[in-house]
Write a protein that binds this ligand. Structure first.
Ligand code: SF4
Length: 463
């Protein structure tokens, strides 16, 4: 057994020391610094420039915002409805946006990654899904061996839908589990008997799906260390290929539905640290490799293999081995990255609909990256994905000398070295197995937009 499959113990005092507001770095620069000065016009220009590289592959993201009932802890861009007309109308607008965007990208059509997220993508029935897939396939060419993935809510996804997804080329799924404890589920407003998860997992295995992911959440009401340990043990016994363990941020003043959670039932900050430390220790002891701070994958999973080879990538869809640096987002609140610029669609259903019915696009904010942004983006992505940074790569790609360029910014790294998170050599930086849990904190060293505390306060806490 090598270092990467040995259990990593994360001392609670280090979690306490480094728990502070900080970005998750699904993008750099992060969304709070994007501006509404970058809108549809800039998007049309960026798509025009992107169209000049017809052979470069794209990643596509489709957001399906609907859910039947809101989980009390939900932090997603979702829309609760039981009105099928709303869904039909959304599909019409989504297809309109796909068609208009593809027209602006022409002749660029090649796609190597497609992801459906939500909300609950399988809220849409097979007829509705077929309409969306037909539209995508009419306007884009999906390359052989590409990735097609979708988020599944085991409470609403049927076997017929899974059969259909397989027929339409889907090969990756992510299952929302959160916690197996019925008491936690009740207090969280998401009752999901264990059997619904195990039945779905069995069926996914029968369909030969790979890269099956479980989402878990720590910090939910009524979670205890003993109870969460039981959830971790059950998860390990089921052996999904991948795991994501997210922190629940209780923000009832921002997300009013969270006020249905009783604050006295939430675990204390100290217990929350213990829940996360237990997850890292149990999953690494069970042979999972830590991918980023809070993701784990079996050593045989392609995410682990890619990380070992330094070819792991990260975008808004999460970690991936597909190297499509440009991503197009479709649907309410979706985010894209084209021509070194981020673009985000309207986050409310009615404003999304209104914009798309107008000129066919729905971007309301974005950001064009400067040369400095691109350098820092590269450093942060390299640390978040591959847990290392080669100084020579910075010279080759950007013609800069690492120490000269970052200068005083680097003073903040000494503490990470002292705490055993980071090793610096003449050729680069390597994050240690212990340091993986604190990779967001390390990445913050290179973030040029975190100078003021008011900016930091817009983010969730790092633990
Ligand atoms: S299923 Fe997911 S998106 Fe829908 S309400 Fe629950 S947490 Fe939110």
């Amino acid at each position: 057994m090598n270092n990467e499959t040995t259990a990593t113990t994360v001392p609670v005092e280090l979690l306490r020391k480094y728990d502070r507001p900080g970005p998750r770095y699904t993008s750099y620069p992060t969304a709070p610094v994007w501006t509404d000065e970058v809108g549809t016009e800039a998007y049309v220009d960026a798509l025009g420039r992107a169209s000049q590289h017809p052979d470069a592959p794209l990643a596509l993201y489709c957001h399906i915002p609907f859910c039947r009932k809101r989980c009390y802890y939900c932090g997603c861009n979702t829309y609760i409805t039981n009105n099928p007309a709303r869904v039909d109308d959304y599909i019409t607008n989504l297809c309109r946006e796909i068609e208009r965007t593809a027209g602006l990208l022409k002749p660029r059509r090649k796609v190597n990654q497609l992801h459906f997220g939500g909300g609950t993508p399988t809220y849409v029935d097979i007829t509705g899904m077929a309409a969306i897939f037909d539209c995508l396939e009419e306007h884009f060419d999906f390359v052989q061996g590409g990735e097609r993935s979708i988020e599944l809510d085991p409470r609403v996804t049927t076997r017929e839908q899974l059969d259909f997804l397989i027929r339409r080329g889907f090969n990756r799924v992510s299952i929302g589990v959160q916690d197996f404890d019925p008491d936690v589920q009740e207090a969280s407003g998401r009752v999901q008997p264990e059997k619904t998860v195990t039945d779905m997992l069995d069926y996914c295995h029968r369909l030969n799906l790979k890269g099956i992911n479980f989402d878990l959440i720590y910090g939910l009401p009524r979670q205890t260390v003993a109870g969460f340990m039981a959830t971790l043990d059950k998860t390990i016994a089921l052996r999904p290929d991948r795991l994501a363990v997210y922190s629940f941020a209780y923000l009832p003043t921002v997300k009013s539905h969270q006020s249905r959670i009783r604050p006295e039932e939430l675990p204390s900050t100290e217990v929350k640290y213990q829940l996360f430390a237990a997850a890292v220790e149990k999953f690494t002891a069970a042979g999972y490799r830590q991918i980023g701070m809070d993701h784990f994958a079996l050593p045989t999973d392609e995410l682990s293999l890619a990380q070992a080879d330094g070819r792991l990538h990260r975008n808004f869809m999460g970690y991936t081995v597909q190297s499509a640096p440009e991503m197009i987002g479709f649907g309410m609140s979706s985010i894209g990255y084209v021509d070194n610029s981020f673009f985000q669609n309207h986050s409310k259903l009615d404003s999304y609909k209104q914009s798309v019915s107008g000129d066919g696009l729905a971007v309301f904010r974005g950001m064009r990256l400067s040369d400095d942004d691109l350098i820092r983006q590269y450093v942060i992505t390299s640390l978040m994905c591959n847990f290392r940074l080669k100084f020579s790569e910075l010279k080759t790609r950007f013609d800069i000398v690492y120490h000269d360029y970052f200068g005083d910014d680097l003073a903040g790294l000494a503490g990470f070295v002292d705490d055993g998170f980071l090793v610096e050599s003449e050729t680069g930086l390597t994050i240690t197995p212990l340091g993986r849990t604190f990779v967001r904190n390390i990445a913050m060293t290179y973030d040029a937009y975190l100078k003021s505390d008011s900016k930091k306060a817009t983010f969730s806490r790092t633990i």
